[in-house]
Design a protein around this ligand. Structure first.
Ligand code: FE2
Ligand code: FE2
Length: 475
C-alpha cells in the first residue's frame, strides 16, 4: 500500500484502477488542472528543467526522488499514508467508536466545507507566487519556489481526490470550482483573505512560507485527527511536504537577516538610509513585514468564539493540534478557555466554554510555534553583536476577524484611536515606501552559486548537492 503506482495516468497509492468510474472522473479533471497550471502556475518558467523531488512512497524513509523535471510534467498524484488497523476516534461525542471509512450522512455538508476550504488555499498560493520566478535571488531559491509550487498543486490533488471519491456530483462541482476561483480576483476570489493578498516580492514570499504555510501545518495537524479516516491519512502525508515549505521561509528570512547584519557590521551603522543605499533590507523593515504576515495569518484560524469550531470537534471532524498528546478528557464539555474581548476600550480576558474557543486554542498553538522560529532569527542578530530584536506583535494587533476586528491595537497590545492608528501604521506595517524599496531590490540572479546582494547564501544545498549546483536549467 505504501508503493506508488506511476504507470497509471494519475500516480496513486489508492488502487485507482480498481474504481473505473472514479478514475475516469479524475482523468477528466486532470486536463483542466493542467490548463489551470498553464494559466496560473509559475510565469514564464514552464520550459525550465528544475531539480525537483517527487514522492516515490509514503514511508518516512526516502519518500522522495530528485531529478530534473519540467514543471508541467511533474507527476501530481494521490498519496495517502497507510491505514492504521483498527483506528478509533479518540475525542468528541464519538470517542471510542471506529474511525469512519465513509462519510456519515449528517456530517457530509460540514466535511465538504472543511475539505473545500483547505483545498482552496493550495492553488491560491500558487497564484499568489506565480510572478516570483522572474525575480529569484538565486537558482537555489528559484528551485525551492518551484518545489513549493508543485507541492501545493499536489495538495490540491489530495483534496480533489476526496471530493471526487466521497461526495459524488457535489464533490465534482466543487473540484471544478477550485480551478475557477482566482487569488485576489474581485468577482471570484479565493475563500480566505490571506490567500487573496499579493505576494509581490521575495521577502513577502519567505514571510508567507514561514507564517502562512505554518497555518497550513496546524490546520493539517487538526485534520490529521479527523474521524474520517481518508482525510486523516491524506493530510498526514501532506504534512511531510509542508515541512519543506516552512524551512524555505525560515531559512530565507534568516539568510536576509544574516546579510543585513553583515553589512551593518561592515559599515558600522544602523542607519536605514545608509543600509538601503548599500542594497540590504534594514531590520525595522523586516519587523514590519513580520507584523503584517503574522497578523494576517492568525486571522486564518477564524473567530475567537465559534459554534462551528465546537461542532467540528464534538462531531469528530477536526481535532486539536496533537490531540493524542493531551491529557484531558478529549470531550471538553464544561472546560473553559481564555479569549480576548474588548470592554470599555480595554482588552480584557474572558473565560468562555473551551469547545467554542477551539479556533483560539489552535491559534495559540500556532503562535507558540511561530515564536520559536523568531527566536532563532534573533540568535542570528545576537551572534552578529547587534542589539536589535524581532518580536511577534500582540495577538490583538491588526486583526480583521472576530471580537478584535472592531478595535485598533498597537503591536504592544495598547488599544488606540483610529487617528493614532492612522498616524502610526506606517511604522508598524510595511509602508508604500518600504514595499517599493524591497521591490527595487528584486531581479533574477541566474548564474549557479550567485546570490542577490540582499540575501546570504544557504549553508548547504538541496539533497546534499553543492550550493552552486545547477538547480534550474533555463533552456
Ligand atoms: Fe499546501
Ligand atoms: Fe505549503
Amino acid at each position: 500500500m505504501t508503493g506508488i503506482n506511476y504507470s497509471d495516468k494519475i500516480p496513486n497509492n489508492v488502487n485507482l484502477s480498481e474504481d473505473r468510474t472514479l478514475q475516469r472522473a479524475l482523468e477528466q479533471w486532470q486536463p483542466n488542472f493542467l490548463s489551470w497550471w498553464g494559466d496560473m502556475g509559475p510565469d514564464g518558467s514552464q520550459d525550465f528543467d528544475v531539480y525537483l523531488r517527487t514522492a516515490t512512497g509514503v514511508d518516512p524513509q526516502g519518500w522522495a526522488q530528485f531529478g530534473y523535471v519540467k514543471m508541467p510534467d511533474y507527476r501530481w498524484g494521490i498519496f495517502l499514508n497507510p491505514a492504521e488497523a483498527g483506528r478509533k476516534i479518540h475525542y468528541g461525542d464519538h470517542k471510542g467508536e471506529d474511525a469512519w471509512q465513509d462519510i456519515p450522512g449528517e456530517y457530509r455538508a460540514n466535511l465538504r466545507r472543511i475539505i473545500v476550504t483547505q483545498g482552496d488555499t493550495e492553488p491560491a498560493s500558487v497564484e499568489q507566487q506565480r510572478h516570483l520566478g522572474l525575480t529569484a535571488p538565486s537558482q537555489y531559491d528559484l528551485r525551492n519556489l518551484f518545489q513549493v509550487n508543485v507541492e501545493e498543486g499536489r495538495h490540491l490533488w489530495a483534496m480533489v481526490y476526496l471530493l471526487h471519491r466521497y461526495f459524488g456530483r457535489d464533490g465534482r462541482e466543487e473540484a471544478e470550482a477550485l480551478l475557477e476561483r482566482r487569488s485576489g480576483q474581485e468577482d471570484n476570489p479565493r475563500i480566505l483573505q490571506a490567500f487573496n493578498e499579493p505576494t509581490p516580492d521575495w521577502l513577502s514570499f519567505f514571510m508567507f512560507t514561514y507564517f502562512t504555510d505554518r497555518d497550513g501545518k496546524f490546520q493539517l495537524c487538526a485534520l490529521a485527527e479527523s474521524s474520517f479516516d481518508p482525510l486523516a491519512r491524506t493530510t498526514k502525508f501532506m504534512l511531510t511536504e509542508e515541512a519543506h515549505h516552512m524551512f524555505v521561509g525560515e531559512s530565507g528570512v534568516s539568510r536576509i537577516i544574516a546579510r543585513t547584519c553583515q553589512v551593518m557590521n561592515e559599515l558600522k551603522t544602523e542607519d536605514v538610509t545608509r543600509l538601503r543605499s548599500a542594497g540590504v533590507i534594514d531590520l525595522p523593515t523586516l519587523q514590519r513585514y513580520l507584523n503584517f504576515h503574522f497578523s494576517v495569518t492568525i486571522d486564518l484560524f477564524g473567530a475567537d468564539e465559534s459554534s462551528n469550531a465546537a461542532t467540528f470537534y464534538s462531531s469528530g471532524l477536526k481535532g486539536r493540534y496533537e490531540e493524542g498528546k493531551r491529557s484531558d478528557d478529549h470531550v471538553l464539555k464544561g472546560a473553559t478557555y481564555k479569549v480576548i474581548n474588548v470592554e470599555g476600550g480595554e482588552l480584557v480576558d474572558k473565560e468562555v466554554p473551551m469547545l467554542n474557543a477551539l479556533n483560539e486554542v489552535l491559534r495559540d498553538d500556532f503562535i507558540k510555534d511561530s515564536v520559536a522560529g523568531v527566536e532563532r532569527w534573533n540568535r542570528v542578530i545576537e551572534k552578529a553583536g547587534i542589539a536589535f530584536r524581532l518580536k511577534v506583535p500582540h495577538k490583538a494587533f491588526h486583526r480583521k476577524i472576530g471580537a478584535l476586528s472592531g478595535v485598533h491595537v498597537s503591536p504592544e497590545g495598547r488599544v488606540i484611536t483610529a487617528a493614532q492608528w492612522h498616524d502610526e501604521q506606517d511604522t508598524w506595517l510595511p509602508s508604500g515606501a518600504d514595499r517599493s524599496y524591497v521591490a527595487s531590490l528584486m531581479g533574477r540572479v541566474i548564474a549557479p552559486g550567485k546570490f542577490a546582494n540582499w540575501i546570504a547564501p544557504p549553508v548547504m544545498g538541496i539533497n546534499r548537492q553543492a550550493v552552486d549546483y545547477e538547480y534550474v536549467r533555463f533552456n
